[in-house]
Write a protein that binds this ligand. Structure first.
Ligand code: TEU
Length: 547
């Protein structure tokens, strides 16, 4: 890769802040912008380069900010535009960039555009949304909302239905409308001019939808819109753009992220995060993860985007359960398995994303009662499944494994009341394990998950093989050890991860004159004899092999 092809985000590690649960500076039980500012030094010490800030815009908060009612102002619970400017300035002082969540597939039903649009069929904003006549006095067609139920909501006043792929308070924007698109470009430029460093684009693969043809994801005009966005907004700037694309396949992913096409830098693809659900079913229909499948999927993506694209690497975000509870062991091997999962991911080619709390091994919420779940998706699914005849126990088990609130509990800063997140009762229950899983503990323990992440992040800054080396899976058929190489010129990294708590072995052969050293590992005194490595529970090691 030539120097001009190298981008700052190739070497960056991104940290997602979910503001509502990060740090409350005002004592109202809700995280806020000043709270993030107070924790910037913590993030600086961790070593991250970029913050992805989940939505802080004005919003009725039906979907925790993913329902925006004003793109140009900050939700008062979070602070003011001045606080936002301060956050940008203070981050910049520390060499940390900020990317904003861009939610433009839909707005809130309280957005002035929608309030206008629903007034009458000839309102000038009517066509900013998607309206259809009833068919036989019913919904126009069978399209479903991702939060359960029909994707169409009836509006009595004008006797038409509007489309919403999420809650009915999140009407979908009509991307066919050029005026609407121009308003979006203006809004994006407003934030770019403020000094943000890029966008994470919420469900961006839905904007080319053709509801009449039942097309949700990957509609025919999707890539035209992205290229138009590029030309009108960030194309001339050196920003980071990442699209959230649940429907991405390796076939269409390079369409987004091939630099020659002028669209995005990378996408979040979710194929690997769906391997523990029954095929063709919803994620609530649980299935045990098979390591061989995970290897197959992750490797497929590594190979497919090696030349003309770029991967994003993640296990967690605000919609996914905590990885240590999901595919690790959040009991006796919490520390070992959290480090193993970090090694497996950060060893790959792409830009790693860390979700708040992942760096201290926070676990699923374990809420026993449906009343404690706040998420609209969870509440809808619960009702839908009760009506469909599932047992309460079965539904609660799925929620315990997969509900989004698992990741949304307040950040655990210390063992003080409310985990040091707030001085008042937080908006969502704190995970009771804050007494021992918290930042203060992590910082005072040199063997903590936190310091392991710090080291992984630092490695990426100096090790070009880690950043640009080609990926090669070594043992596709092995059911318990995930081993792969990264190769750049005459340097090689060997990444070996025991995915389970049983002891396992892995053998590697190489020419005898080569030198082997351990760059990082989650046990002391790991074996340097790679011809036959005996791996302890969840043991993970990155070896460097050189001339
Ligand atoms: O998520 C997209 C999305 O489809 C998720 O709802 C996903 O299906 C579900 O969470 C399973 O994990 C984005 C945001 O990340 C999410 O928080 C929003 O609720 C959603 O879009 C609507 O804006």
């Amino acid at each position: 890769m030539t120097e001009t092809q190298q981008k700052w985000w190739h070497q960056s590690v991104i940290y997602q802040v979910y503001p509502r649960s990060f740090y409350d500076s005002t004592g109202d039980g809700i995280g806020d912008l000043q709270g993030i500012i107070l924790k910037l030094d913590y993030l600086k010490n961790l070593g991250i380069d970029v913050i992805w800030l989940s939505p802080v815009y004005e919003s009725p908060n039906i979907d925790n900010g993913y329902d925006i009612s004003d793109y140009y102002s900050v939700l008062s619970e979070y602070g003011t535009m001045e606080d936002m400017n301060k956050l940008l300035a203070e981050s910049k002082n520390r060499g940390i960039k900020i990317i904003m969540d861009l939610v433009v597939n839909h707005t809130s039903d309280q957005h002035p555009w929608f309030l206008e649009a629903k007034k009458s069929k000839d309102n000038r904003y009517r066509d900013y949304y998607i309206w259809r006549n009833p068919v036989n006095s019913q919904e126009p067609n069978e399209l479903k909302s991702n939060f359960g139920g029909s994707a169409w909501e009836y509006d009595e006043n004008t006797n038409q239905y509007y489309l919403h792929f999420y809650s009915k308070q999140q009407p979908d924007l009509n991307w066919e409308n050029e005026k609407m698109r121009n308003d979006i470009w203006d809004m994006m430029n407003f934030w770019i001019d403020k000094g943000i460093s890029g966008f994470r684009m919420d469900v961006i693969d839905l904007i080319g939808k053709e509801p009449d043809n039942l097309i949700k994801e990957n509609g025919p005009k999707l890539h035209d819109y992205l290229q138009e966005m590029y030309r009108n907004t960030f194309g001339s700037r050196d920003l980071l753009t990442v699209g959230e694309t649940w429907g991405a396949t390796t076939e269409n992913a390079t369409l987004y992220s091939d630099p020659k096409r002028n669209e995005l830098n990378m996408v979040f693809q979710f194929e690997h995060m769906q391997l523990d659900k029954l095929p063709g079913k919803q994620r609530w229909d649980l299935k045990k993860l098979e390591l061989r499948e995970l290897k197959h999927v992750l490797s497929k993506w590594q190979y497919a985007l090696d030349q003309d694209g770029w991967n994003s690497l993640f296990w967690n975000n605000h919609d996914l359960p905590r990885i240590v509870s999901r595919w690790g062991n959040d009991r006796e091997y919490r520390v070992e398995s959290a480090k193993m999962l970090a090694t497996l991911l950060h060893g790959m080619k792409g830009t790693p994303y860390i979700y708040q709390g992942e760096e201290i091994g926070m676990t699923n919420a374990a809420f026993q009662s449906i009343e404690d779940y706040i998420d609209i998706e969870t509440q809808n699914i619960y009702k839908e499944r009760i009506n469909a005849g599932f047992s309460e126990a079965e539904i609660m088990k799925s929620l315990y494994m997969k509900a989004r609130d698992n990741a949304r509990t307040p950040m655990q800063w210390s063992n003080e009341e409310y985990a040091g997140f707030s001085t008042e009762k937080p908006w969502m229950k704190v995970n009771p394990n804050y007494t021992y899983i918290n930042v203060e503990n992590a910082i005072s323990d040199s063997n903590s998950i936190y310091y392991y992440y710090q080291k992984l992040i630092k490695m990426r800054k100096f090790n070009q093989t880690l950043v640009h080396g080609t990926y090669k899976l070594l043992n596709p058929m092995d059911e318990s050890v995930y081993a792969y190489e990264r190769i750049l010129e005459d340097k090689k990294l060997l990444i070996v991860c025991n995915f389970y708590e049983q002891e396992n072995e892995f053998s590697y052969s190489m020419e005898s004159h080569l030198k082997v050293q351990i760059l990082i590992g989650n046990y002391q005194d790991s074996s340097l004899d790679i011809s036959n490595i005996k791996l302890r529970p969840y043991e993970a090691i990155i070896y460097e092999i050189s001339e």
